[in-house]
Ligand binder design. Sequence first.
Ligand SMILES: [Zn+2]
Length: 364
Amino acid sequence: MTSKKQVIKKNKSPLEQEREFWISQTELKKVGLVVVEMLSHSGMGEKQLQALKACGTYLLYKATFDKTIKKNYRSNFCHNRFCPFCAVIRARKDSMLINTVMELISKKEHKKFIFGTLTVPNVPGEELADTIKQVNHAWKKMMARKQFKAVNKGYVRKLEVEYNAERNDFHPHLHFIMAVNWSYLTDKHYFISQPLWLQQWQDVMGDSSIKEIKVKAVSDREGSVQELAKYESKDIVKNPKKFTDGAMYYYYQALKGKQKISFNGLFRQYRSIIATIEDKAKKGEELTEKEKKVNELLPKDMNTYYWWLQANWAAGGYGHEYQKMTPEEVEQNKGNGVKDEPNNQPNSGKNGRDSSSSSEKTNS
Ligand SMILES: [Zn+2]
């Protein structure tokens, strides 16, 4: 499973990748500061604002020998859903998890998947919070209906809200990926056609003016996952300046504290098994036979890390420094898929500090 993005990345030299990494980190941090400013007029508490402002001012990653793969080790991320830095990290984590869960459902439960987008007409900021409640409620109501219960073997569902700056209104919609039996697409008594999805959605929403929905079989699994798991607050990451103060207020008030991504049925079941396996690995506890079988199918980190990468944000840019790990640290920090082999450290590079790249200032 290699995404298009990764393929492009592979064609770039390590030096070029390094340069682009710092450009994107710097950009995200700068956007974050714009968001802080906007959220300070939107009712966010002072404590959260301070955490968001401080997010990513200190980064500690571990990096592979050629430095092209960097993994967070201990950075001061704020985990706020309105934070651009954290939104990007979260989207990456969500898509990895969903891809893995789908792989397990397909291999172990022999299911197929459908991808759907259900929309409602755009609403002004004043109505956004109520509309979101209504959408969530309507989805639950629809899934409780007999014909959907028969089809649905579990889903992952995400609420997305786009802001239209020209019209100054919002476009809430749902994306979902649902596991179905193989017979779903061929069995006429069972299959739910697109017009029927639309009719049912209009019905549970109580709005016959809804026209835009799309439900189709998943052919490109990664593409579907990417569409579902892309940034929670895409508009905030891409272009927060397009929000008026009023719009940001409604956006924040409508979305704060809301669960935006939810797992059901087989999706929930396998997500929970994965969490248990990860938890047991951390504690060094033994896996059950069932967990062992699932664990064999989980993606593993095949990387060995040789560098500590530390960065500090100051005066509008990152100063950063690579420091070589000790052999003990290399051993302690290798990926969970790396086999135990003595002497697997590449025999090049200097010992101690890599002075060539110390304290570089990027994009100030
Ligand atoms: Zn953050």
